[in-house]
Every structure is written in structure tokens, then in C-alpha cells.
Design a protein around this ligand. Structure first.
Ligand code: PLP
Length: 425
């Protein structure tokens, strides 16, 4: 079976042929490879072509693909039970490990996706404060719940379609949107509307508008303003959790949010999300408190086994250090190749997330992200794909390195980049 044939077939029975928009390659054009197999740092498509993978299922595959310990944990769990809908020991083990690793999390509830986690966090913040308004930042993506699909990033950005049809104007009207890294604007918003604001939700490192790092003082301002005005600070660490640092961005930057949402890595590639935080807030959740939340497959034993096995690998000493040095070597090498080709290009990383930008310096705001040369990225992307390097198919996505990536993969990537930069210079 060929990619092209499958894409044809897919589009007949699935809208655009995909089950999540960015996979359709609309931003970069062309036919997406249909993937069939993965191992370590590599994925193979149905035509048997091998790629070095920098998507990693959009973040979850931190330990590398089909890690033997994770595969064994899944097989063992599945051989005992696939689902109960009743309490299990494994979910207690996972909850305890999350509470231990993520500094601000005292209690945690497991759900099945990042979207569910952020949706629950918002409801919890509203139930706890008795207020309706929320604050989010342009270009930050928090899943596809109604109130959060306002000026969102990721696929919503790729399509130049910042909000979505089907979101009631009434719902969106409770969402205030501010500029990422603009502390003065946040202060002004709180000064004017503080009494109405239930929460601020933020990606502490923005990874859905390419990669944008928090400027010094930005996260601190959010913490101070939320405390001063009795609002809940939510760090959406669905992407950054266990990746930007073992304890997430909150550990790296030393800021304690009230609630944290997790996903991606905590499922190790199977569907797990989580919302956790201060006990006093978490105890508002049903059946202890008045904020309703539930899930038939929440804490699914097979998914939890995958997550637990992955987190145990990630928590091993030296794991994060090796990842960071591989990512650093990749980013420095790419920047050097860009310079050699005399292309306006920059790159940066934090933990094992990286951003590639077709502009001279890394962007510090959504507006600067929009100044990147998208057309050039698209040509670079296809030149890399052609040579077996699988980058995220959009100029507005971050890249991910796994523990299975090493010098060999970095060298192969840099060699391919030299050719790719020559085609775009
Ligand atoms: C991926 C992501 C989500 C959504 O998670 P899903 O599992 O895709 O629903 C939410 N927030 C952030 C920061 C993400 O990167």
C-alpha cells in the first residue's frame, strides 16, 4: 500500500483523511506518510521508508518508541484486565508518583486526554471561586473545549482560524485573551476585571505557537496577580510536564501554580490526562465537592501501566541530562547550518522541546512568531522529509527529542539540514 493511495482512501471515509487536523499536512502541503511501525528514535511508513522522528506522537514518546519496559508493562496489564471502571492499585501508584514529581500537586485526578484535563481545571477554578471569566493567552492551546478555543494555537493557528465555528459567542465572551509575555497587560486586565476572573490558564513554556519561552518576570506576574485577586493559576503542563524538567516548567522556573494539567508523557503514548493541585481546590471535585467530573475509561489500567512505566524511566537519574544535551547539540548544529547557508534562521530549546524559526532571532511573542517565513519553512520541511527526517508538519509546532535520540540521529539530521538549507537559501 502506498501513502498516496491510503490518503485517497482515507479522505473518502474520514474528514480530510485524518483524526486530528495538523496530520493532514494542509499547512505544508503534500501527502502525509501513513506510519506503520516505530522503534526508538525512528518511525517507518507503509512504503517502508524510515524517518528520524521529531514529533514523538506530539510529545508523549519521551522514552523513545516501543521502549521494551513500556511494551512489557502494557502487555502485562492487558493480560490481567483491559478495563474495570473500578479502582485499581496502578492508578494509586501513578497518582503518588505524579504528586511526588510535580512540586505543586497534592492531589490528582486522572482523565483520558489533555482536553479533558484543562476542561476540568477550568470548571474546578470556576466552581472554587464562584466566578465565570477566564484569562488565556493568544497562541496558547489548551485542547478543544469551547471556552478555550479562542485565539488558540496549534492546528487552530495552522489554519489561520483562531477560534472555531460552533463555539457560542456567549461562551467565548467569558474568555479574556492577553498577549503571552506581556506582564503589563495582565496587570491592567486584573486591575479592571480582577473581581470577575476565576483563573488564568497558561502554557508556562508555550509550545503550540512553535516554541516561545516565558520572559523573566512573566510567570511571576501571573502568580502575583492571581494571588492578589483570589484567582486560580493554572499551568497547562500537558506538553511541558516531565519534558521541560522532571517536575515540569513549574520546577524549572520555580513558580507554584494552584492547578496543573498533565497529559501526553503521563500516558506514555496511551490516552491519559490529569488535573492536580492544591488539596483545598481538588476536594471541590465530585463526589467530595460540588464540581462534577467523571470518565468511563479514566484511570484505564492498560493506559496507566504505560504511563507508570514511562515515568519510571523518565525519573531515572541522568535521563533528563542526556536528553537535554542531545537536544542542545541538535539545536546548536541546526543554527550553525542555517548560518553557513546564510539563511535568516534561529533555533532554541528548553529541556527536550525545541523551536526552529525562519527569522534571525527566536520570537518572544505571538506577533513575532507570525513574522517567521512560513513559505521557507515549508520548503525546508519537505526537503527534510524527503531525506528521512520527520519534523512537525507546521511552522507553528514545537519539536520533540526522545531518550532514544543520540549522536547518530543528530548527525544524520544535521547532514540533511545542510542540504535542506541549500534548497531554501
Ligand atoms: C496537546 C495539548 C493539549 C490537549 O491535549 P489532548 O490530549 O490533545 O486533548 C492541551 N494543552 C496543551 C499545552 C497541549 O500541548
Amino acid at each position: 500500500m502506498k501513502n498516496e493511495e491510503l490518503f485517497e482512501r482515507a479522505q473518502r471515509s474520514i474528514p480530510a483523511g485524518v483524526n486530528s487536523p495538523v496530520r493532514a499536512f494542509r499547512s505544508v502541503g503534500g501527502v502525509p506518510p501513513f506510519l506503520a511501525r516505530a522503534e526508538g528514535a525512528y518511525v517507518w511508513d507503509v512504503e517502508g521508508k524510515r524517518y528520524v522522528d521529531y514529533v514523538g506522537s506530539w510529545g508523549p514518546m519521551l522514552a523513545g518508541h516501543t521502549h521494551p519496559a513500556v511494551v512489557a508493562a502494557i502487555a502485562e496489564a492487558a493480560s490481567r484486565a483491559i478495563s474495570f471502571g473500578a479502582p485499581t492499585q496502578a492508578e494509586v501508584d501513578l497518582a503518588e508518583l505524579i504528586c511526588k514529581l510535580v512540586p505543586s500537586v497534592e492531589q490528582v485526578r486522572l482523565v483520558s486526554s489533555g482536553t479533558e484535563a484543562t476542561m476540568t481545571a477550568i470548571r474546578l477554578a470556576r466552581g472554587y471561586t464562584g466566578r465565570d471569566a477566564i484569562v488565556k493567552f493568544e497562541g496558547c492551546y489548551h485542547g478543544h473545549a469551547d471556552s478555550l478555543l479562542v485565539k488558540a494555537g496549534s492546528g487552530a493557528l495552522t489554519f489561520g482560524n483562531p477560534s472555531s465555528a460552533g463555539v457560542p459567542a456567549d461562551t467565548a465572551s467569558h474568555t479574556f485573551v492577553a498577549d503571552y509575555n506581556d506582564s503589563a497587560q495582565v496587570k491592567k486586565l486584573f486591575a479592571e476585571k480582577g473581581g470577575r476572573i476565576a483563573c488564568v490558564i497558561v502554557e508556562p513554556v508555550a509550545g503550540n505557537m512553535n516554541l516561545v519561552l516565558p520572559q523573566r518576570g512573566f510567570l511571576e506576574t501571573l502568580r502575583e496577580e492571581c494571588t492578589r485577586h483570589g484567582a486560580v493559576l493554572i499551568f497547562d503542563e500537558v506538553m511541558t510536564g516531565f519534558r521541560v524538567a522532571l517536575g515540569g516548567a513549574q520546577a524549572r522556573y520555580g513558580i507554584r501554580p494552584d492547578l496543573t494539567t498533565l497529559g501526553k508523557v503521563i500516558g506514555g503514548g496511551l490516552p491519559v490526562g490529569a488535573v492536580g493541585g492544591r488539596r483545598e481546590i481538588m476536594e471541590k471535585l465530585a463526589p467530595l465537592g460540588p464540581v462534577y467530573q467523571a470518565g468511563t475509561l479514566s484511570g484505564n489500567p492498560v493506559a496507566v501501566a504505560a504511563g507508570l512505566a514511562t515515568l519510571k524511566l523518565v525519573a531515572e537519574s541522568g535521563f533528563t541530562e542526556k536528553l537535554e544535551s542531545t537536544t542542545r547539540a541538535l539545536v546548536d548544529g541546526l543554527a550553525q547550518e542555517g548560518k553557513r547557508a546564510d539563511v535568516a534562521f534561529s533555533a532554541q530549546c528548553v529541556g527536550s522541546m525545541f523551536g526552529l524559526y525562519f527569522r534571525a532571532t527566536p520570537p518572544q511573542s505571538f506577533a513575532e512568531v507570525m513574522q517567521c517565513d512560513r513559505e521557507r519553512f515549508n520548503r525546508f520541511f519537505h526537503a527534510m522529509l524527503e531525506q528521512g527526517i520527520y519534523l512537525a508538519p507546521s511552522a507553528y509546532e514545537a519539536g520533540f527529542v526522545s531518550a532514544a535520540h543520540g549522536k547518530k540521529e543528530v548527525d544524520a539530521t544535521l547532514a540533511a539540514a545542510r542540504v535542506a538549507f541549500a534548497t531554501v537559501s
